[in-house]
Design a binder for this molecule. Sequence first.
Ligand code: CMP
Length: 145
Amino acid sequence: EKESTLAMIKPDGLNYTDDVKRIVNDFGFSILRELTVQLDEDEVKVFYSEHSKRSFFPNLVKYMTSGPVFVMVLEKVNAVSDWRDLIGPTDARKAKITHPHSIRAMCGLDSERNCVHGSDSLQSATREISFFFRRIVSTEGRVSK
Ligand code: CMP
């Protein structure tokens, strides 16, 4: 069964957009939607609300508003976990050692500046897709076109 997930290239990764899109295509994802947008502080606080109590949250808000992000809705069988596997661990420093072929190893810097995002579950994917693409109705990970 096909799923949809939200992939985001963060402000520090925008120069890698072409490389990331090549990987997206090579691994068989379809890009259903794409969008470049400058997030404001309130939007980042909503998108990352589950992290609002963490000590790194203020820095995360600064980082995510430091420039535009590039957002894609990716579709394929197992899209959520396959995209998470491709981006690698949250800490890009670790990724460079343990997952040298991952996207975060390619363009990330550390545990904050990790250049890309991927939904961590089908439930998160539905929420995150509707955050950016309000007119898409999503059920069980499948986005209607
Ligand atoms: P992401 O996978 O998009 O989800 C939450 C983000 O918070 C994460 O990527 C990082 O950008 C940031 N983050 C997570 N853990 C830390 C940490 N320990 N220190 C700083 N930033 C973090």
